[in-house]
Each structure stands twice: as C-alpha cells, then as structure tokens.
Design a binder for this molecule. Structure first.
Ligand SMILES: *Cc1c(COP(=O)(O)O)cnc(C)c1O
Length: 464
C-alpha cells in the first residue's frame, strides 16, 4: 500500500477547472461509495433553521464543517437500537452477555472494542488506547500523571493560539501545582506576519527551555490555521532533551494517519465528533505509550507498581474489579487510566461511527484527502495572482503539513458577504471572526463536485 508520508502532492492540469472534470474525479474515486454510509443534512432543513433564502431543495447540503462536527453515520441508528434492545431485553445481564444478533459486545467489553478500532487510526496497539470520557477531562487526567514539575523543570511548552479548552486545562494544572502560569506557560507561535509555526522555530524554543521545561504539548493539527505539525521530529527532539511529550489529536483523529507508538509519543488525547463522526460530545480516546502503561506485579507486599495516576474502579483489572477488596490492580496499558463505568450509549455511537473505517483504512482516506483538499486549493488559486486575490490561504501549502482543511483569510470586510452567499447556496462551513473561513472537505463523504461548487460560489461572491 502507498505510504501517505511519502506521497507526492497531486498536480492538476489546466483542464481541471471544469465542472465535468470534477465529476470525472468523483467517478474515479475508489472511496466514493462510503458517502452512502452517512446522512447529509438537506439544504431545505438547514434553510428552515437559518436566515437562508427559502426555495432551497431537498437535496443534501454541501457539508464542509466536518472539522467541527461530522455528519451522522447511518450505523448509529442501527447500533443504538440494538443497544436499547439489549438494555430492555436483559437488563443487568447486558454487562456480561450479548443479545443474539447484536453487533455489539457485552458492556464490560465495549470499551475495548472501541479502543481496538481507534488504535488503528492513531498507530498504536489496542492496549495503548482507551475509549473514555471527553477530551478536556482526559487531558486533565493525563496531565495529572505526566506533568510532574520539579524545582528546576516546571515549564510547559504549548501552542500560542491553543484551543481555549486546552489553554485553560494547562493553565489550571499549573495553578493546581501552586505555580504561576505567567512564568510557567511558554507559548510557541509563528514569526511576525506568518501563520505557520515552522518546525525549526519549535525546535529552537525547545532548546531555549531544555533545562527548565517539564513538558511539551501541541495540537497535531492547529484548529485555526490547519497546520499539521511534524510530530515525529518534534517529539524526538523534545524527548532527547528530557521533556515529556503529549499531543492533542482533536483535529487529526480520523483525518490523518499517526504512528504514535513508533514515534515514541508519551501520551495523546482526542475527541471523536469532528472527522470521527461520533456525534456531539461523543466519547473520546486517549493514548498512553506502552512503556508508561506497564504494571509490575512482582513489586512486593504493597501490591503492583505502576505509573502514578488518578484512579477509579474501571481502570482496575477485570478479574478483580468486582472483588471489592480495595486493592487497585490496574489494567496494563491505557485501559488502566479509565476511571468510571463507561457510558454504554456513548460507546455505542462511537463504535457505530468507527464502522465507517472497516472497509477502508486511514491511509486510503488520506490519499483521497490529499486530492480533495489539493483540488480545493488548486481551484481557489486558479486564475488569481498574489496581487488580484482577495484572500490568502493561511494553511500550509505543503500537503504533508495539513489535513482536510483550508483556512481562508479574507481581506477585511468581506466575511459576512461571503458567508451569507455560501449559506444561501446551502454550503456549510465555519467562519471565524473577523476574517477567516475554514473549509473542511471530509474524504469519507465529500465529493470533488462539491468542492467545485463551493469554489464557484465563493469566487462569484467575491466578484459581486
Ligand atoms: C474540539 C477541541 C476541543 C474540545 O474539547 P471537549 O473537551 O471535547 O469539549 C478541545 N481541544 C481542541 C484542540 C479541540 O480541537
């Protein structure tokens, strides 16, 4: 199989600007059947809930907001029904047995079923991944275990424009240790006038703090610019200088492939409702490298030895979970970080969302994504020059440094006009005040023809 990490950037010739050409790309798309596994909201439905013009048809909208909330997989309804039948049919026995014909395992095994599927998307062994909680809560739990400030090493290196929740989590963890965030948080940003944070810049900041930083945490993909960081390089560099390294995969999960284990990442966390299509607030995932999840059972009288963490009974080994003897014996691996009895309904929607990846792979999805996002970029830039263009794409042009998102920075004053025109045409994308539109063509369900229509609408809005 093609390794996406070496795939050259797709090139589009002069004939690629026509609507027919977009349709031909759709015909040639090996993943085009996947779209049928999803329910795309209709233009009519969206119009009735917004200020859009009436008269829009029942046809699907153009949904380019999968970086914010993915659309609903058809499997969710089916799996939910099976789960409700299990609950109503056998009650508490559902913990240990499955109802005949149900695609779901007994409740006690569901978290493992989800972790096993997610592990393939992030490049980890099933034991290195846990399905649990929600992203920010999981970041707190991971930081509780991995952020161990000492007198000499206490700083945390993070993204200058970190998603607010991550920023708050890190800030409050620092305060929780009685430290001052002003002296302890090191924000890493781009050079003046730029948007991309160059890898060299990150490495030089790591060098500056090689003696006093405890931890580095960055988003795999920066939510605003869409930049995908060079995770293996930054991880290796920071670890060689004694830092613990964690990544937030919120915008990367189910979008780009990772090799978290091979890259020697210490820990990672992600939500599953963006490119993962798990549904609003769906259950999240976390990664703990195998070497941090080991349990030494021969440690002696006081019980097994394992990495310090905040614990709860569902992180305890299943064989002793119901002994109720108050002797915590963690599940080896990431499962040992689970705290509570997991929400079975949440696990059900998560597992249903993961069925979309059963007949494909994240590598295959990435191949389509290169083309789809590349095509959007090609069409946007076509027939424009730096002088005539009324916008700048602030997402890196290197396709290995981005996922399925382009952030388009408009000249001041254009955002509302453009956003209104897109909305009236039944195109959903995300606008960030004051001047940015984020477009996320999701390879699981978006088409080249949709990209074509989007750019056509966008450009005619600009020229009107
Ligand atoms: C979407 C997102 C979140 C959301 O956090 P929740 O705990 O799921 O509400 C947090 N951080 C980043 C970087 C995100 O992109």
């Amino acid at each position: 199989m093609t390794d996406s990490f070496n795939t050259p950037k797709p090139i589009f010739g002069s004939e690629a600007g026509s609507k027919e050409y977009a349709a031909s790309l759709d015909m040639a798309d090996p993943l085009r059947a996947l779209r049928d596994q999803f329910i795309i909201p209709s233009k009519a439905n969206l119009a009735s809930k917004t200020l859009a013009k009436p008269g829009l048809s029942n046809e699907p909208c153009i949904y380019f907001a999968g970086n914010s909330l993915g659309v609903q997989p058809k499997a969710v309804g089916k799996y939910m029904e099976a789960q409700l039948d299990t609950w109503s049919g056998i009650g508490v026995l559902g913990h240990f047995i499955e109802l005949e014909g149900s695609p779901l395992k007994p409740w006690q095994l569901l978290a493992e079923q989800a972790a096993g599927s997610m592990s393939k998307l992030v490049g980890a062994s099933p034991e290195e991944v846990a399905a649990m909680g929600t992203l920010t809560v999981n970041l707190h739990l991971l930081l509780a275990s991995f952020y161990k400030p000492t007198e000499s090493r206490k700083k945390i290196l993070l993204d200058w424009k970190a998603f607010p929740s991550d920023h708050y989590a890190i800030e409050s963890q620092i305060e929780w240790h009685g430290l001052d965030p002003k002296e302890t948080m090191v924000l890493m940003g781009p050079d003046e006038g730029e948007y991309e944070v160059k890898t060299e810049k990150v490495l030089s900041i790591i060098d500056q703090h090689a003696d006093d930083a405890a931890l580095l945490i960055l988003p795999a993909i920066q939510y605003y610019t869409g930049q995908l960081f060079d995770i293996p390089k930054i991880t290796q560099y920071a670890k060689a200088r004694g830092l613990v390294v964690g990544w937030d995969l919120a915008h990367g999960y189910a979008n780009v492939p990772f090799k978290l284990h091979d890259w020697d990442v210490d820990f990672a966390a992600w939500c599953t409702y963006k490119y993962g299509n798990g549904g609003p607030g769906s259950m999240a995932g976390l990664f703990v490298h195998e070497k941090h999840g080991r349990v030494d059972y021969s440690a002696g009288e006081d019980g097994p030895k394992f990495r310090h963490r905040l614990t709860g009974w569902y992180g305890g080994d299943r064989s002793v979970r119901f002994k109720m003897d108050n002797k915590f014996k963690p599940i080896p691996g990431a499962g040992g970080f689970i705290v509570s009895n997991p929400a079975v309904i949440d696990l059900t929607t998560l597992i249903a969302s993961l069925t979309a990846f059963e007949n494909t792979s994240i590598e295959e999805i990435r191949q389509k994504s290169f083309k789809l996002t590349g095509y959007a970029e090609y069409l946007l830039l076509k027939d424009t020059t730096d002088e005539t263009r009324q916008f700048t794409i602030i997402t890196p042009a290197d396709h290995h440094a981005r996922g399925a998102q382009l952030s388009v920075l408009l000249k001041p004053g254009l955002l509302h006009k453009v956003a209104e025109r897109l909305q009236n045409a039944g195109i959903i994308c995300d606008k960030r005040e004051p001047d940015v539109i984020r477009v996320a063509p999701a390879p699981l369900y978006n088409t080249f023809s949709e990209v074509w229509t989007f750019v056509d609408t966008f450009k005619s809005a600009l020229s009107s």
